[in-house]
Design a protein around this ligand. Structure first.
Ligand code: AP5
Ligand code: MG
Length: 228
């Protein structure tokens, strides 16, 4: 797929509960627009795997399905924003998740001469999210996401993107933890929908349909932002 030309870096936020398709769509937008996906969930899982201090503090919280402290997550994101590849622009997947994180994000971007261009809310039904998350697995080599029922590799057991043959499932992808994650989303993150609407930066996208149709809708929105 070709990368569309952009005149300046843009920063987009994908908002949505667990299973809404933030990661799936962020990877497709990354490929189409040359933006960089910044998933705080992925960064935290890397910190857990590496056994850093932040990872040790985050591990049990993530396994319960609760939110990791603002302090840890903001520090991890700030470090990531200092890496050179993000000058192309970013798709923030799973950050911010609290109003404190949203305020910190404004400061982090302003310090780098940038701002949020759009916050996109993926609108889904909670009940369907349990099935989406419980059936999810990813390629162990490249991280491409799949689903037992909704998104299988073209050749069973082989990743479409990198031909890897090892796959993994997340420790927090069980029905009980997903319900805690959904509650955390509604209590702490859903208020950000009003936060960005009040700034005239919010777009709502129905996200219960086909993955490629949702990607086409998002592509039009992001295309409009990058040309704007
Ligand atoms: P994180 O990794 O961000 O998880 P999450 O928000 O719970 O979201 P998911 O990754 O589960 O869902 P997704 O929207 O990416 O869906 P996906 O595209 O994979 O966070 C994990 C934990 O880290 C948190 O609980 C918290 O503890 C901590 N954390 C992270 N960020 C934090 C922060 N900022 N502050 C504090 N704590 C933080 O899709 C799911 C499945 O559905 C896939 O199998 C996919 O193939 C399938 N699928 C996708 N779209 C469709 C579709 N349209 N139709 C059918 N199936 C679909
Ligand atoms: Mg994700």
């Amino acid at each position: 797929m070709s990368t569309e030309t952009m005149t300046r870096p843009v920063n987009l936020i994908l908002l949505g509960p667990p299973g809404a398709g933030k990661g799936t769509q962020a990877r497709m937008l990354e490929e189409k627009f040359g933006l960089v996906q910044l998933s705080t969930g992925d960064l935290l899982r890397e910190a857990v795997a590496a056994g850093t201090e932040a990872g040790k503090a985050a591990k049990a919280v993530m396994e319960k399905g609760e939110l990791v402290s603002d302090e840890i997550v903001i520090a991890i994101l700030s470090d990531r924003l200092d890496q050179p590849d993000v000058t192309k622009g970013t798709i923030l997947d799973g950050f911010p998740r609290t109003e404190a994180q949203a305020a910190a994000l404004d400061t982090l971007l302003a310090d780098r001469g940038q701002k949020i261009d759009a916050a996109i809310s993926l609108e889904v039904d909670d009940e369907a999210m349990v099935a989406r998350v419980s059936g999810r697995y990813t390629c162990a080599a490249c991280g491409e996401g799949y689903h037992d029922e909704f998104k299988q590799p073209a050749t069973a057991g082989t990743c479409d993107k990198c031909q890897g043959t090892e796959f993994k499932r997340r420790a927090d992808d069980n029905a009980e933890t997903v319900r805690t994650r959904l509650s955390a989303y509604h209590a702490q993150t859903a208020p950000l929908i009003s936060y960005y609407a009040a700034r005239d930066a919010l777009t709502r996208v129905p996200a219960m349909g086909d993955i490629n149709e949702i990607a086409a809708d998002l592509g039009k929105i992001v295309g409009g932002v990058t040309e704007g």
